[in-house]
Ligand binder design. Sequence first.
Ligand SMILES: [Zn+2]
Length: 357
Amino acid sequence: MKEKNEIRKYEQIIGYDAHVHLREEDMTKLVIGDTLHQFGGCLAMTNLKDPADNPKKLAEYWRFIFPLISRDRKFQLAMPLMLTKNVTAETISQSSPYTKIVKWIPGTTSTNSEMGLSFSDLEKDFSILEAIQKEKMFFSGHFEKAFTDKGALIPLKYQEEEALFLVEKIRKNFPDLIIVFEHISSKAGAKFFLANLEKMACTITLHHLILNDSYLYKKYSEKINPFFYCKPCLKSEDDRRTILELAFSGLENVFFGSDSAPHPLFKKEADPPAAGLFSAPILMAALIELFERHGKLPLLENFTAINARKFYNLEIPEEKITFLKSNWTIPETISNGNISVPVLLGGTELKWKQKFK
Ligand SMILES: [Zn+2]
């Protein structure tokens, strides 16, 4: 029997995905539709095979992505400049008319980040941060430290926590720098964030809200399950609950960024597997289900559609998005014949389905 007050329809202002990987070439054409259907804008990451670390490369990527968006659609597309070893203070000021965001992924932390400025390089020399602050740009950071100063690997689950001393140092040295703590995933990270709310925002992914590290390893084994392997990695149940609380905090500088990061199946099955989860097809449906289950549905519009836009000074669109309660099974993969991409939680069911006009 249906409950008396059960909601069957959910409507809100169309969301903004503040952190998504749309990739390049045929992969983009395969995955971009999922973002375009559910969101009215996104910050498309530029850690391409050749990272967009100057205005020319940014323009090239823009020219590739933009024609894939329907012309009769208002879509708020933004792209960050990638902070690689090639970026100088001059590159920052040259890029400032084109983007307001500089993205740092420490070298070798994530996909195509080999060129990224290393953790120790940034630690040694803050001059680039001075340039970012001077241009009033946003410093968007993947705050993970992968290796100790002696070169030993730091266990995945501690990599975010181990990076916090650097964020703290940056905060102290550049009180006016606007920092975005991307895909915050740990209790330690959340504690730091809550103690430093001034000129700081954080993004939260779907997967860190709904999954813990029991998914990260294969059953009865220490082997990583590639289909739940991403960076920052899934953390303990305690961490997950803390991040959930942060998402439900109602704070204006906390917003959604999926970090949806597609990889072809063969790369996920390789040894070592590629890090990244392709969550784009399920984002809004899974978020509605999660927020509804916790009685927090009234907070979802701010989390997904309002907060990020206010933070990045974007217009709030009028376009609405509608979901109806209707079960559907998440496909295992999406494919164009050549590439097959595993979908997060493929084969399981969701309760909400998008209604297209
Ligand atoms: Zn990312």
